[in-house]
Design a protein. Structure first.
Length: 468
């Protein structure tokens, strides 16, 4: 590959590297491309090819350096500039130093393996040849190519998951139950197998760029599922953020253990911890409601460096030291007395503005009694006594939020909620360190996400502020 002996701008040369990256993508390789320029002429070009070449060293930079050295008849490339679409790793930085490159220009940063500035600064090591470095050239285009590649790969992998064998002790809601859901256009996506799930298939939306400034981790409660966040997720995505919305086992499109005894506080918490670890979530704003908070509020103390914000709605920490609200006790009794209650009808009573199709979408995961073990189990899992499972963890979390939390917070409550309404949320607000005043929505009930667009818009503004 060569062009006329004319000066190349950084953008023009990076454009040629992007063409190489696109060539990698077409053959199923990770889309990274590189070119080496000498006196205005491209003397080396390459893209990632470790899969096709059966060569772990066949990164774009290495391939381009090899071609340039052959073209110039010298392994020293002292008058050359290497352009690469992604921040180089340690191996490639070492090769660049040995080549005595004059300059390195890269596009998108690579926070996991980048050895120029992100993960480490290899060129700063004593005795290491240090080329001049320019980063961020056409970073958006370079980053988008990577993100689209992995986004498509995740979707293809996840679309294969419907064929995951179903455990004998679980049931799976038919896909037809989720056809044409109002306001929920996202295809079903499933997490890779996690040991804690022991073969259960878990549904989890993962939308938007992985390196976004904010990752919104949206945790639903009982008897809802990720459909609950359908009015909030578009606002987060429009802001350029990442959204992760899992369906807990027993809910939504996830597999549903048949026995109520299979549902335990500690197990569900561990599932959520593993989701955060599996997806390597960073810069997280934790978004919780109902059981999403009873479980989710115990997560950040395990890895506080992953979290930068909390958006809590109609939820609590169940420490076993305070009586459960009268509204919750009545809800629990109703669930025990009428285990086959219609979820859609329940949602419609509390949210009369919902359409019949939206109410049906909430009922969709639970076509019969065999799919409702989680709905039967969860009301009785809320820790009520200090010795109950989850109570000690919740007390530890209470200390964390009161004494150690350093992120921003936003607390919202529906005034019409008789279960986890204003008094409960006022208590939680007093627990959260430096929490702002409670935002009360007079028209909303327990499921405030049904007024979610307004909440999401305010949340984006609140958590996008630079000053923490």
């Amino acid at each position: 590959m060569s062009i006329a002996h004319l000066p190349l701008s950084d953008e023009a040369a990076m454009g040629l590297a992007l063409e190489q990256a696109q060539a990698a993508q077409r053959v199923g390789e990770v889309p990274v491309g590189a070119v080496v320029v000498h006196q205005g002429r491209v003397v080396g070009a390459g893209h990632n090819s470790p899969i096709g070449d059966h060569d772990p060293s066949a990164h774009a930079e290495i391939n381009a350096l090899r071609q340039a050295a052959q073209a110039l008849g010298n392994y020293r490339l002292e008058d050359c500039t290497l352009y690469v679409t992604l921040e180089p790793c340690a191996m490639c930085c070492g090769a660049m130093a040995h080549a005595r490159l004059a300059r390195v220009v890269y596009g998108a940063a690579e926070p996991k393996t980048g050895a120029v500035t992100s993960l480490t600064r290899l060129f700063d090591l004593p005795g290491m040849h240090a080329p001049s470095v320019t980063g961020g050239v056409m970073a958006e285009a370079c980053g988008e190519l990577m993100q689209s590649f992995f986004r498509e790969k995740r979707i293809m992998q996840q679309l294969d998951k419907p064929h995951t064998p179903l455990r004998d002790d679980a049931v799976r809601t038919p896909d037809a139950s989720f056809a044409d859901l109002p306001g929920y256009p996202w295809p079903a996506t499933y997490l890779p197998d996690m040991p804690v799930l022991n073969g259960l298939r878990m549904h989890c939306l993962d939308l938007g760029p992985q390196d976004a400034d904010i990752t919104w981790l949206c945790l639903h409660g009982n008897p809802a599922w990720s459909y609950l966040y359908r009015k909030m997720m578009p606002v987060f995505l429009a802001a350029g953020h990442r959204v992760v919305a899992p369906d807990m086992p027993g809910f939504g499109r996830s597999d549903k253990p048949k026995k109520t005894s299979q549902h335990r506080f500690d197990w569900h918490r561990q599932v959520l911890l593993d989701v955060v670890e599996q997806l390597d979530l960073q810069r997280v704003v934790l978004v919780v409601q109902d059981w999403g908070g009873i479980l989710g509020l115990t997560l950040p103390m395990a890895q506080p460096e992953r979290y930068q914000g909390l958006l809590a709605m109609n939820t609590t920490l169940a420490t076993g030291t305070q009586p459960l609200s009268a509204g919750f006790v009545a809800w629990r009794q109703m669930c025990n007395d009428k285990p086959l209650f219609d979820v859609g009808r329940l949602m419609g009573r509390g949210n009369p503005h919902l359409s019949a199709g939206e109410c049906a979408a909430y009922q969709a995961p639970f076509p019969d009694a065999g799919h409702r073990a989680a709905l039967r189990a969860f009301p009785n899992l809320v820790p009520e006594q200090p010795q109950d499972e989850g109570a000690d963890l919740s007390r530890q979390a209470e200390v964390f939020w009161r004494e150690q939390w350093t992120g921003r917070s936003l607390l919202v409550v529906g005034e019409q909620d008789p279960v986890l309404g204003v008094p409960v949320m006022q208590s939680l607000q007093q627990t959260i360190r430096q929490a702002p005043p409670l935002w009360v929505l007079p028209q909303a009930g327990h499921f405030v996400q049904e007024h979610g667009q307004t909440i999401a818009e305010r949340a984006v503004a609140h958590f996008s502020l630079q000053e923490r």
